[in-house]
Design a protein around this ligand. Structure first.
Ligand SMILES: [Zn+2]
Ligand SMILES: [Zn+2]
Length: 137
């Protein structure tokens, strides 16, 4: 099954296939790490009747179902992406807020280990690198 296709991804997660959900997944293919406002704007040509509240609901449902990953860099609205499950990290531009994916620092999740995990069994590490993107340098 091609889980990259929105319909297959929704069925695979046991969710009803709706136009709104497909449109949100399609929008996030084009705009990874988009926030709800950007997704809402991207939907205007295809789903002109949709509301920002509806977009928030769909993003929440898809995130709970594991189809989206939600990241929330400090000072930024929550952003969503379809690349889930690989514990990749993010680099964020401290000037314009642009976000890009970076792979695990070494090997695979958790690629970083604290020197003392206080008895916790660590399975993921979520790292945000900050800097200036190419256009802000
Ligand atoms: Zn920038
Ligand atoms: Zn990402």
């Amino acid at each position: 099954m091609d889980t990259d296709r929105p319909e297959s991804a929704l069925r695979g997660a046991g969710l009803k296939v709706t136009r709104g959900r497909i449109a949100v997944l399609d929008a996030l293919d084009q705009l990874p790490h988009a926030d709800a406002d950007s997704v809402f704007r991207a939907l205007q040509p295809t789903l002109p009747g949709t509301s920002i509240q509806n977009v928030h609901n769909v993003l929440g449902d898809l995130t709970s179902a594991g189809l989206l990953r939600r990241i929330e860099p400090a000072g930024s609205a929550a952003r969503y992406e379809r690349r889930t499950g690989d514990n990749h990290h993010h680099v964020v531009c401290s000037s314009c807020g642009a976000v890009a994916d970076v792979d695990c620092v070494v090997g695979h999740a958790p690629c970083l280990h604290p020197s003392d995990a206080a008895g916790f069994l660590v399975d993921t590490a979520e790292v945000t690198f900050w800097g200036l993107c190419p256009s802000c340098q």
